[in-house]
Design a protein. Structure first.
Length: 75
């Protein structure tokens, strides 16, 4: 992966994803420990709520892109 580790200190801080308030540098991206806790709770709830399902939709065969069909040299 391209790892551009540039710290943008003071450059447009992201708002708290929970309440959209200004985030604290110490608790980034959250504004408070409460919000960090809420997010963690949501995450865990989500992890348990999501049923184990493998998105296996591989039954359509080869994907035919429009444009490629018809480009076969008809003589
Ligand atoms: Zn918050």
């Amino acid at each position: 992966m391209a790892g551009s580790r540039q710290s943008h200190e003071g450059a447009a801080p992201e708002p708290c994803p929970i309440c959209r308030r200004k985030s604290l540098p110490r608790l980034r991206p959250f504004c408070s420990e409460r919000c960090a806790d809420v997010d963690l709770g949501r995450w865990l709830t989500d992890a348990y709520a999501v049923p184990a399902e493998d998105g296996d939709e591989d039954d359509g065969g080869p994907i035919l892109l429009p444009g490629i069909a018809g480009q076969t040299g008809e003589e």
